[in-house]
Write a protein that binds this ligand. Sequence first.
Ligand code: SF4
Length: 447
Amino acid sequence: MANSINLKLTLDNSAHKHFRDDEFWKVIPAWKDVTREEFSDHMWQLKHSINKVDKAKAVLGDLCTEEFYQDMVDGQHKTPMNIRITPYIFALMDWNDPVNCPLRKQFLPIGSQFLEDHPYYKADSLHEDVDSPVPTLTHRYHDKVLFLPTTICPVYCSYCTRSRLIGGSTEAVEKETYGVNQAKMDAAFDYIRAHEQIEDVVISGGDAFMLTPKQITFIGENLLNIPHIRRLRFATKGVAIFPQKILSDHEWFNAFNAVHKKAREMGKQVVIHTHFSCPREITMFSKKAMERLFAEGITVRNQAVLQEGVNDNINDMVLLIKQMSYMNIQPYYVYIHDMVPGCEHFRTTIAESEALEKAVRGTTAGFNTPTFVCDAPGGGGKRHIASYEYYDRENGISVWTAPNVKPGEVFFYFDPIRKLSKEAQARWADPAQREAMIADAKKKAGF
Ligand code: SF4
């Protein structure tokens, strides 16, 4: 099997201490006169977000070729995720080489990037809907639930694992998008109240940045007042893609901080889980936003997704980890990409993820070294990347169990077929051989 990732560390030892602080947005023709003050304002960011190809074209002018604009239009026919990009992220894209830019890849789909989905992809690859006792809640782990009060985000990621729900319908995917719904929220709280083993609630979506200050207070206080709840994690990509909100939306910041302080007084935890994926997302805005959060004692952890051409090399991964550590963000997880639609071009192999984890380990302190994981398709939960029961590297089939999550069940993760040998690709093309290979891997794993 081809292992195409670069594992040779050549990073300058002090690279992580440099935070970009130039007026980078002025490269966009329509924003060449935008002042630092305007660009730092969260309302300006929201008002000028890019949510249509025409809007992108209008601000970029002749910075891109007609061929690239046409590629964007083609992307709209195929993408499961709509476009919504803050000017902050849009301006950080490499407009000299947008096709290969890691930020363009993550947030601005183009037709030429899409590959055929894997035969075993699923819209709900992690069985979040299957493991949902009441709408908006997933209860998989004994003491933890995932609560999804909203399906909107300030930026839509092309690699989103919840593309079946998030960000509104596209030509490729019909979805039911919702904002916060009081009846659903009450039902979720009733369920949590009735299950005393639950100590931990992840409030995700969608993105907690899209909850109003009132909603942050309502959700935070209601959950903290449940005696058996010990920990709340608000999941927001906002620190990475919209740091201006932390710095200038004081009403939102104060509401979140009040929930955090109330939790402290009660001996409980309220933290932020964020989502930086590559060093190009990090600037002095990120550092200042983190300084504000850190000054209040708010813990921030990061969950990145391993993506081809975005962060699947040692230099970018180590720089990402060290810059986050420098800003007091704890690098927590690096996920192998879920097997969801429209994302085949992002996926890497288990072997590549293992190799990268091995290369990263030892480059910084252990507590700042993320755990590389596979979220086992079918709802097995997060498993350490090297903890499979069996791995057929030739055919890209790994077999997993989750003894304390779903005892007795067996889960499979499949490497992208394009990364396998020609012979293995031919076997995958034949449904009968495909089934036989999977049965063989299961047997070799002892099941
Ligand atoms: S912020 Fe999270 S939920 Fe929203 S689009 Fe990105 S990955 Fe999906």
